[in-house]
Design a protein around this ligand. Sequence first.
Ligand SMILES: C[S@@+](CC[C@H](N)C(=O)[O-])C[C@H]1O[C@@H](n2cnc3c(N)ncnc32)[C@H](O)[C@@H]1O
Length: 256
Amino acid sequence: MTNLPEQLSNRQFEKYCALVYQECGIKLNEEKRSLLNARIAKRLRLLDVSPGRYYDMILADPHECACFIDAVSTNHTYFFRESASFKYISADCTAIWCAACSSGEEPYSLAAHCLSLGGAPAILATDISGNCLEKARMGIYPGQSVQNIPEALLKRYFQKGINRWTGTIRVKAELRQRIIFRKFNLLKDPLPDQGFDVIFCRNVMIYFDTPTKERVVARLGRVLNSGGYFMIGGAESLSGLKHPFTYIAPSVYRKP
Ligand SMILES: C[S@@+](CC[C@H](N)C(=O)[O-])C[C@H]1O[C@@H](n2cnc3c(N)ncnc32)[C@H](O)[C@@H]1O
């Protein structure tokens, strides 16, 4: 076993930050240093390599690059997070893109909301993190994660685990069938061919700098139908950015 340094050197920290920025647009600053250290250290221990060697491995191997992105991305989410904006989705909405869906709580919340209105939209749910998408596809969550789900929707669209699944809840097939989960990097991957009535891109641009935000918003705007809604997170804003939307309410924009 190699004796690994506890901390990245300044030079290594800068190189890794530049790599995170290049791969996923996330701007890490000095405050995130200990977080990056801790997350990389785990991977270094597992692979028994030095930070320098690990950096080269990421560049050379797309699988390791994906593991690195999984390790450094922040995936916090929960059911019915900031659900005030759901009221803009009507029953006749047919296509929704949830463009940084983390482990799936957001698109499942959207699916439950739409079905309860009598709607039946196709939902594309994407994220850069393969680990998150795996969890999302399973649709199984800790029992305590249901606390924000409205009672009626919880009863109708979720089931309690039994036997070895006791203490968990599972999303029923009726919701799971509405959603296609795919890996998608907001910065680089080719856009879907279809147009969407609503795009959610919430609590991810907060990690991006202004040019990256503008690029991502412009890209997503290309596949939003005219009259469609663009939703961002409560702590995010498009003010001061070049963008093609009309402001409707906090976190809610619309394509003219
Ligand atoms: C904090 S979570 C937000 C999840 C959800 N939208 C919500 O609001 O609860 C941010 C997600 O953005 C994803 N992400 C970060 N950079 C990305 C990129 N360049 N392309 C796609 N997804 C990205 C992360 O993997 C993470 O799952």
